[in-house]
Design a protein around this ligand. Structure first.
Ligand SMILES: [Zn+2]
Ligand SMILES: [Zn+2]
Length: 336
């Protein structure tokens, strides 16, 4: 879905929608053009476009080439050591810190450094579009009151503009509110969109092997810390230029967890990321978030024979022939 999006269309559609919903209201309520309501409303639209522009242009965060950690998982393309939670984005073709997802609507990755911008954009869309939606409702209540009016008192083109505006703002309000609530849930759970996929995938793999021993997600610490990692200081979070609480390389972790997330693949499971068919219960494939699965699956050496019984999982998941198999099953995959 992301790949099929032409470069500029992803930005033109939201910009056009904002302008349409906002400016049609001005046409529908000409009685307010001489009042302070007009400049206030145009100011709100400009504010929304500014917040949107920041979400589109703020860098999601590069990996510091000097960075190193105990695992030293290298990206095959970027040639940097990847911090936990970083992923190689297929669209941006580079590693993105604490990658949340690649957003076609901002034509930008949502990562550590610009996640607050993304959330602020969603928040302001809900507020400004909510006002617009109320305006369209008022307009339609009046139209239905004056249904019997002749055409010169109720221009027909306004009805078409107003109907499209009502439908558009209603759809925007519903979808953006759902996305916003989902993202708030992710924030307080200490997760990114990608990690919510990883958690379900890791649990699915672990359940097949030992249902009593599911991996623990290490970045869900305290509510306050979860918020701070994603959004920075709670009270400054909605200030347009406020940044996140970390540099995207190190994160607070549950003190008793020392494993790297996502957990290493058990020996008999191939293609943690690259398995094509696997989707979460919500229908998400990892590539829907922009992750380059081929790049993110990293091989490490394991003792000979450890991957002998790969056949079971191959049947269940039907991945393409994995490099580990071709090389006689002497490697296992961990995901970075
Ligand atoms: Zn990379
Ligand atoms: Zn990207």
């Amino acid at each position: 879905m992301i790949k099929s999006f032409p470069y500029k269309l992803g930005v033109i559609i939201p910009t056009g929608t904002i302008l349409y919903i906002g400016l049609v209201l001005v046409v529908l309520f000409p009685q307010y053009t001489q009042t302070k309501i007009l400049p206030a409303w145009l100011g709100a639209l400009a504010w929304l476009l500014l917040i949107y522009w920041l979400a589109c242009t703020t860098d999601p965060g590069y990996v510091n080439p000097e960075f190193t950690d105990e695992w030293e998982v290298k990206c095959k393309v970027c040639d940097v050591i990847k911090p936990e939670r970083a992923h190689h984005c297929k669209e941006c073709n580079r590693c993105v810190l604490r990658m949340d997802h690649h957003c076609p609507w901002t034509n930008n990755c949502v990562g550590n450094n610009n996640f607050p911008h993304f959330m602020r954009f969603l928040g302001w869309v809900i507020i400004v579009n909510g006002v617009a939606l109320a305006g369209y409702f008022v307009y339609w209540v009046r139209v239905l009151d004056d249904w019997g009016m002749p055409g010169y008192l109720m221009p027909r083109y306004k009805l078409v503009l107003g109907l499209l505006g009502l439908i558009g703002s209603l759809l925007v309000e519903i979808t953006i509110t759902l996305l916003f609530l989902r993202s708030i849930l992710n924030i307080v759970s200490g997760q990114t969109q990608i990690e919510s996929w990883e958690i379900e995938r890791a649990n699915t793999i672990a359940r097949r092997i030992d249902p009593s021993n599911l991996p623990e997600f290490p970045f869900d610490v305290t509510l306050g810390l979860n918020w701070s990692v994603a959004m920075g200081n709670f009270f400054l979070s909605w200030w347009p230029w406020a940044g996140p609480g970390t540099d995207g390389h190190d994160f607070p972790k549950l003190f008793y967890t020392s494993v790297r997330w996502p957990p290493a693949t058990p020996e008999n499971v191939h293609d943690w990321y690259t398995v094509k068919r696997w989707r979460t219960s919500e229908g998400d494939n990892i590539t829907d978030f922009g992750v380059d699965a081929e790049i993110d699956d990293v091989e490490v050496e394991v003792p000979p024979g450890a991957a002998e019984d790969a056949a079971t999982e191959q049947i269940e998941d039907k991945p393409k022939a994995s490099p580990a198999k071709k090389r006689g099953g002497r490697k296992k995959k961990v995901s970075s």
